[in-house]
Design a protein around this ligand. Structure first.
Ligand code: SF4
Length: 411
């Protein structure tokens, strides 16, 4: 029987998220304010410094998955020519727009998704985001601008940083025109400093998972990361993550584990299955297995923001932060990162989620798990599913595979 231990700080998180959605809704109805839709690892800091209120469609995609509405909406986007094989955040989000139905209404009382004044993407995660935002540009008749990032990056070299800096700077003029504001370097530095604070605290919270037993799991973290995703660059998340960190340290000191009788510790690579978070969390509890670290939740640790605090050029700091992102790196770098985190968190197995509609965040298709096993000796299991499209996920088969894997480990 699963024994979930809610965090006290959750209340603060819910208030923060509700405040965020109210804020974007108000901004979208105020002619004096501007709303930018931004990809989750897009140049949010630049937008905030120019006075935009920022909304993240991927967060809406995750909400559609978690509320199990995604599968009602995906076919509507498919009928418009958006394939069932492409990002199911995209298809569920566009389908929800077409259906004029959003979980934001029930959860936060919003009449609908806040209307954008501009759409801003960064292709560091995938090309789907550009197509996704282009759809809304046509629908709302508003500009779509963005930056195109290199992919499969090994070392983050100066020429790569310079290339991105040039693209970010080219966004300033059109964004100033739409916002009716002037770019201010000091304000940009302030926003980056707030993002750096959030990132530092979020990392400390995640790294509390190194304790044995771990005071939190991947399933907790996927929910607790909300403010780091949608409110970085603002003061709100800083106080929340301080409180959460104190609570995690308290639990670690008292030996309170998120999983009763923790016997195994796993690394999770790939996307969450949003519609099955609770079931999977309970399932791992039954197996006395704590999923203590993940690629996904670590992706919102942007250490290079700190460089701006130490006096570096703020555009370079931002460019580095978004070029160092896990998803945009070469397989050699990914192997190194997963191997290092697996050691730091003392894991004894890796679970890879091959998400049907998110090839960029599925690291199972070009031999990475096998190579990493050869190097590190760490056993692994792959399961096939999806972030939002539950037609691609068999809970029964996944349970059988993972149970067999745990048995092999002697669980
Ligand atoms: S990275 Fe994956 S989940 Fe995210 S937008 Fe791209 S395809 Fe969708």
């Amino acid at each position: 029987m699963a024994n979930f231990k809610p965090f006290r700080a959750t209340k603060q998180m819910k208030d923060l998220m509700a405040g965020h959605f109210r804020e974007v809704d108000e901004a979208s109805r105020d002619p004096g304010r501007k709303v930018a839709w931004c990809t989750s690892v897009g140049p949010a800091e630049l937008l905030l410094s120019l006075g935009y209120t920022v909304y993240y469609p991927e967060n809406h995609g995750a909400l559609l998955g978690a509320s199990r509405k995604a599968n009602d909406f995906i076919p509507l986007a498919n009928a418009l020519g958006y394939s069932p094989d492409i990002c199911s955040y995209l298809t569920s989000d566009i389908g929800s727009y077409l259906a004029k139905d959003t979980p934001l209404t029930k959860a936060y009382g919003l009449p609908g998704v806040p209307r954008p004044d501009v759409l801003v993407y960064n292709t560091n995660q995938c090309r789907d985001v550009q197509d996704w935002f282009s759809f809304y540009s046509r629908e709302f008749g508003v500009p779509v601008v963005g930056v195109n990032s290199p992919t499969k990056i090994g070392e983050v070299t100066q020429p790569l940083v310079d290339g991105m800096v040039a693209q970010y700077k080219a966004l300033i003029s059109p964004l100033e025109t739409i916002a009716g504001t002037r770019f201010d370097t000091d304000r940009f530095r302030e926003v980056l400093a707030l993002s750096a604070k959030t990132t530092r605290l979020w990392k400390a919270c995640l790294f509390a998972g190194r304790h044995r037993p771990s005071p939190l799991t991947f399933f907790d973290a996927t929910v607790l990361m909300g403010p780091a995703v949608v409110l970085r660059g603002t003061p709100g998340p800083v106080a929340f993550y301080r409180e959460l960190l104190a609570e995690l340290e308290e639990r670690a000191a008292a030996g309170v584990g998120a999983v009763e009788g923790e016997r195994h510790r796993f690394y999770w690579d790939g996307m969450p299955v949003w519609g099955k978070l609770r079931e999977l969390s309970a399932f791992f509890q039954e197996l006395h297995t704590a999923v203590v670290v993940s690629t996904y939740c670590n992706s919102w640790i942007f250490e290079a923001f700190e460089e701006a605090d130490r006096g570096a050029d703020p555009f370079e700091a931002m460019a580095r932060a978004y070029l160092e992102l896990f998803i945009v790196r070469s397989d050699a770098v990914k192997e190194e990162v997963i191997g290092r985190l697996a050691r730091e968190f003392s894991v004894d197995g890796i679970v890879y989620h091959d998400a049907k509609t998110c090839p960029c965040n599925s690291n199972t298709r070009y031999g990475l798990p096998q190579r990493l096993k050869e190097k590190s000796g760490l056993p692994y299991v792959v399961f096939y599913g999806d972030l939002n499209d539950l037609r691609c996920f068999s809970e029964e088969q996944t349970r059988t595979n993972i149970e067999a894997f745990v048995e092999q480990l002697g669980g």
